[in-house]
Design a protein around this ligand. Structure first.
Ligand SMILES: *Cc1c(COP(=O)(O)O)cnc(C)c1O
Length: 370
């Protein structure tokens, strides 16, 4: 089947660089082949750089971003543990759902969609719940295009002796993220957003404090595939020989190794700036055309922008025509924002002023037809 070559400006996947696709199409080898194990070590090192961490337990899970979320909670949380989940969009809601399934005592902070996690409200909640063990939040809410202040949230959580779990799916390699400096205990991401890799992988990292928490568990982890202590038999390098846990998606790991190399070569600082420059250009072009951004400037998430759908404009017709006539994928609104906003991703390879021009010109032309 021939696959069309789309321009991907939704919430991910984004377009994948040719060098990453070429890496992917190299010959498949065994997942315990010494050459492949070498590649895994390289992937681990570059993943540490991308997260800005020295955490030994840093690796890439064999499934999309959602498995990063699930793996974080099933390992850290035990039934009855008090978890504060911060919800300001779809993905915070999923954190809450997973913790409830585990049988945690879940305390929720809810903030208006389109606004960040309210740090003062978190401070009050922590005061009311001194027995809380974990604070979980989404750094970059892809459903609303909002960036929360991860550094402030983590500092507050740690003052109250809580572990910090951060969803960094749309922030890794797109906006400033410093796992060690900020004190995030568990952070996970996805391959198909600002890393510009193929979908299906989830980089993840655990601090020593998180590892100690897992070691002290009183109840077993209620998952086989996501149990970190079992996964380690495969991922942990060093004296012990690696043993089979599951068959790693070897070709996808060739791809993420190349995608991470592109991050290392560019440097994170340049990459963060590139995402911000592209987003600034997008805002000014769209605003000049009379379109309205949904999030106030100081809380906008550069890789993903929410644009209000003008009154009387048919959401599905615009996105349908962009796809059919221009090969462009634009993101629709998610959850409460369905039908109300478009989501424009400028992630990874697409985070450039040129690409911002391209998508804003196309959208403005499409609206001009109506
Ligand atoms: C995309 C996304 C996820 C889920 O990732 P999948 O790869 O779709 O499983 C989780 N959290 C956030 C913030 C996301 O943007």
């Amino acid at each position: 089947m021939e696959i069309p070559n789309r321009e991907l400006f939704g919430p991910g996947p984004t377009n994948v660089p040719n060098s990453v696709l070429q890496a992917l199409s190299q010959p498949t080898i065994g997942h315990l082949d010494p050459e492949f194990l070498k590649l895994m070590d390289e992937v681990g090192d570059k993943t540490k750089y991308s997260f800005q961490t020295e955490n030994a337990l840093t690796f890439v899970l064999s499934a999309p971003g959602s498995i990063g979320m699930e793996t974080s909670f099933v390992n850290i949380v035990e039934p009855g543990d008090k978890v504060i989940t911060c919800i300001n969009g779809v993905f915070g809601g999923r954190m809450q759902a997973i913790c409830q399934k585990i049988g945690a005592s879940v305390v929720t902070i809810e903030n208006e969609w389109g606004t960040p996690v309210d740090v003062e409200q978190l401070a009050e909640t922590l005061q009311q719940h001194p027995d809380a063990k974990i604070v979980a939040f989404v750094h970059a809410e892809t459903s609303t295009g909002v960036r929360s202040d991860a550094q402030a949230i983590a500092a507050l959580a740690r003052q109250n002796d809580c572990l910090v779990v951060a969803d960094c799916v749309t922030s890794l390699a797109g906006v400033e993220l410093r796992v060690d400096d900020w004190g995030l205990d568990v952070a996970y991401s996805g391959s198909q957003k600002c890393l510009s890799c193929v979908p299906g992988l989830s980089p993840i990292t655990f601090s020593q404090k998180a590892v100690d928490t897992i070691k002290r568990r009183k109840t077993p982890v209620v998952s086989w595939f996501c149990d970190v202590s079992l996964l380690m038999s495969y991922y942990e390098s060093g004296e012990k020989t690696r043993a089979y846990h599951h068959t790693a998606p070897v070709n996808s790991l060739y791809a993420i190794n190349e995608a991470l190399s592109l991050v290392v070569d560019e440097t994170l600082e340049s990459r963060w700036l590139r995402h911000q420059d592209a987003a600034n250009h997008l805002y000014s072009k769209l605003e000049a055309a009379g379109l309205e951004m949904l999030v106030v400037p100081e809380h906008r998430l550069a890789p993903l922008t929410l644009v209000r759908i003008p009154d009387g404009v048919d959401d599905a017709a615009v996105r349908g025509s962009l796809l059919a006539n221009r090969n462009i994928e634009l993101g629709g609104g998610l959850g409460k924002f369905a039908g109300e906003a478009w989501r424009i991703g400028l992630m990874g390879q697409n985070a450039s002023v040129d690409r911002a021009d391209f998508i804003s010109d196309a959208l403005i032309a499409e609206l001009g037809k109506r």
